[in-house]
Design a protein around this ligand. Structure first.
Ligand code: ZN
Length: 511
């Protein structure tokens, strides 16, 4: 007998689409890791064929009708099923709102704009990129208009919504502004009055094999299930929740700077632990009935990033972590590492610098880089900032936030790929991730009063258990704001992050 309950049919249909998506993810992962270079043209065809099949199925009228039948079932509004249907409706409407001509124009412009950006960055020639950025801003505004401006909101809100659903620019601003002011003061205090820690422990020679062995030992200690995932090497590290029971992490090794790979691996592992904790498999190891539905998906980019930042920074750059990890690193790296104390390594991994480049920025300055981008892209989309004026305004804002002068546009407004892709509204999710991580970390500390002793002994289970309970298992049942309130008892606030940074860095810098 076949089940004709529309809810069951909807879950099955979404599960089929997700299965195709996981094939797409596998071919993309292979392309980034092991594919021989001559396989690229054929691989592009495979990826395009899958993407078009997935697009057809996920925008099919029949799917919209099935969602409509589920809406008519009169499900209890507070149930996970009702949340699942509501999110499926939201996704479907969003996917079908853009006219095909606009989707195609964006795709075409993306690849040409990205090409132009690459050479403009190399030559630090903003003028060469300017017409493409103007096109991308105009297309993004068109896209936002198709999605529709939320009541009382602005055009930029419609773009943020793609990455951080239901969050408005004005709400982000309310959290960012106090954070920005306190961080600017903190960074100036550390760098103008403090003493920077010695970076030597991070500059020891460490062979690739030894770094890989250390990385594997660390992620297993954090709770990453290596029978349901792998760690491989790529140029651009990432994590891919590839399929139920299969989460892939990647990293890259530099034999003269092991910290890059170690913290990168811990970062991706945080994403991976989230993917492994989503309800994608049943207790018997089979894909679950919710796999492919919103109930087995991540809430938002900000929440995903909260997971990676928590393991990388709140745990990985703590004294407690290094109390455990230093002897482990000694075992893998030998004498050069043994020459340093736990305290010296702890201080070295918390060095603060006024760097121009966001992706190289430390925990204290990172969010200032993000807030600069948030302000400028919001003004680009509203029309308050003309693309031609971007370099000047960028440099002026950078100096105000970080206290140094940008020397070239390649180290300024040309450094990130995002805008050439039309990814407006993406940047703020990085700092939202740090803010959520800080607030979650505070809740974990409250729940486990003996947390420090356990972490120092290499017992990281409280951190994973808390995240499994309050974040992972819910999938997208709740929005980010509601999830945060349920998990921590409070709405998102800048205070936990500011307190964390001040408490850590002022003693390290003796400032
Ligand atoms: Zn990340």
């Amino acid at each position: 007998m076949t089940d004709t309950n529309p809810y069951t049919l909807l879950c099955e249909r979404l599960g089929e689409i997700a299965t195709l998506g996981s094939v797409g993810a596998l071919v993309a992962w292979d392309q980034e890791t092991y594919m021989p270079s001559k396989g690229a043209p054929g691989r592009a065809k495979q990826a395009a064929a899958l993407a078009s099949l997935i697009h057809q199925k996920s925008t099919h009228r029949g799917l919209g009708e099935l969602i409509g039948e589920c809406e008519a079932l009169g499900l209890d509004e507070s149930s996970p099923e009702a949340a699942n249907v509501a999110r499926a409706r939201r996704d479907f409407d969003k996917r079908t709102k853009l006219p095909e001509s606009l989707v195609n124009e964006i795709a075409e412009t993306q690849s040409r704009a990205q090409h132009a950006w690459k050479s403009a960055r190399k030559n630090s020639d903003f003028k060469a990129f300017q017409p493409w950025l103007e096109k991308m801003v105009a297309l993004s505004r068109k896209k936002a208009e198709c999605f529709g401006v939320p009541e009382g909101g602005e055009l930029y809100d419609a773009l943020i919504d793609e990455y951080e659903p239901d969050v408005r620019a004005a709400e982000i601003e309310a959290v960012f502004t106090p954070l920005r002011d306190r961080l600017t003061t903190l960074v100036a205090r550390l760098l103008d009055k403090g003493t920077p820690p010695n970076e030597a422990p991070l500059r020891i020679e460490a062979a690739e094999a030894a770094q890989h062995a250390l990385g594997m030992e660390v992620i297993q200690a954090l709770g990453f299930d290596t029978e349901a995932g792998r760690l491989d090497i790529t140029t651009h590290p990432f994590c891919e929740g590839l399929a139920p029971g299969d989460t892939r992490l990647t990293t890259r090794y530099d034999t003269k700077f092991f910290a890059g790979a170690l913290f990168g691996t811990m970062h991706e592992c945080g994403h991976g632990l989230y993917e492994q904790g989503l309800p994608k498999i049943d207790s018997d190891g089979e894909p679950s009935a919710t796999f492919g539905t919103p109930l087995a998906e991540a809430v938002s980019l900000g929440i995903h990033e909260s997971q990676s930042r928590m393991w990388e920074n709140f745990l990985g750059r703590s004294r407690e972590f290094w109390t455990w990890a230093k002897p482990v690193a000694d075992r893998h790296f030998g004498q050069p590492m043994q020459a340093f104390s736990v305290d010296e390594v702890y201080r070295a991994v918390n060095r603060v610098e006024r760097s121009f480049i966001r992706v190289e920025a430390d925990e204290a300055t990172y969010n200032l880089h993000v807030m600069l981008r948030f302000e400028l892209e919001r003004a680009l989309i509203s029309g308050d900032l003309a693309v031609a004026d971007l370099p000047g305004v960028w440099n002026e804002t950078f100096e105000r936030f970080l206290g140094s002068k940008v020397d070239a546009d390649r180290n300024g407004c040309l450094q990130d790929v995002h805008w050439s892709f039309g990814l407006f509204g993406y940047f703020p999710t990085y700092t939202l991730g740090n803010l959520y991580a800080a607030q979650f970390w505070e809740a974990i500390r409250e729940k486990y009063p003996d947390l420090d002793e356990r972490l120092a002994a290499g017992d990281f289970t409280p951190v994973l258990a808390w995240n499994r309970e309050y974040i992972h298992r819910h999938g997208r049942r709740f929005g980010a704001a509601e999830l945060c309130e349920r998990a921590t008892g409070r709405p998102l606030s800048p205070d936990p992050l500011i307190k964390h940074l001040e408490r850590k860095f002022i003693p390290i810098y003796d400032a």
